[in-house]
Write a protein that binds this ligand. Structure first.
Ligand code: DGI
Ligand code: FE
Ligand code: FE
Ligand code: FE
Length: 188
């Protein structure tokens, strides 16, 4: 296993300082949420730390991996916003050698979510949105919800993401919408 200095070195090789600092804050937030809700604290920390590892990998590298390594070619219609989760774990496995399936799944799901998100997945999804530097109204509301209810916190994030995508004329990845539907609080 890699020690912490080696892990941080891998991360810093791929990220500018602002994004690296965000990853450290998401690690800490994810550990706090894991303690709060009884999830695996070390897995939450590792997934939080590496969740954006692939955020700044060049587009051309993504296109090559999507075309040559068995990904759905439909992914080529999207961009790094969608790729750095779903395809990002390919780079994390290949370059860093992380193997924990639950950690990799949480990273994979951290941007689009997934209708079947586990508690650990929700913790990474939400930690990304409520880390201390996030101050928008929806981020503050999700942070408050995450005191007691991770599904509600996830829902606030999903609603905000969809509103943002539509307002900015951005293409919606189908799983983003499916996740939103799965997390709408039940009527009645
Ligand atoms: O990587 P971060 O900025 O820390 O956060 P994130 O991984 O949650 O990514 C947020 C960005 O991802 C945000 O700009 C919206 C974008 N995104 C999420 N779902 C979709 C999406 N972009 C597109 N085009 N389509 C989606 O379905
Ligand atoms: Fe991200
Ligand atoms: Fe997110
Ligand atoms: Fe992030």
């Amino acid at each position: 296993d890699l020690n912490r200095a080696e892990l941080l070195n891998h991360l810093q090789n791929r990220l500018d300082d602002a994004r690296f600092q965000h990853c450290l804050r998401v690690e800490e937030t994810a550990r706090t949420l894991a303690k709060r809700f009884g999830a695996d604290v070390d897995r939450a920390g590792l997934a939080g730390l590496f969740h954006d590892y692939a955020k700044q990998i060049p587009v051309a590298d993504y296109k090559r991996v999507i075309m040559e390594d068995g990904f759905d070619p439909d992914l080529l219609n999207y961009g790094r916003g969608v790729w750095h989760g779903l395809v990002g774990t390919w780079f994390i496995q290949t370059e860093v050698g992380l193997t924990d399936k639950l950690v990799l799944q949480a990273i994979e799901r951290h941007t689009t979510g997934d209708p079947e998100m586990t508690l650990l997945d929700q913790i990474i999804f939400v930690a990304d949105f409520i880390e201390p530097a996030r101050t928008l109204d929806a981020e503050v509301a999700a942070r408050k919800a995450a005191q007691t209810d991770m599904r509600q916190a996830s829902y606030i994030e999903l609603k905000n993401t969809l509103q943002y995508l539509i307002a900015e004329d951005k293409i919606v990845y189908p799983k983003t919408l499916l996740t939103y539907n799965a997390f709408i609080p039940k009527e009645g």
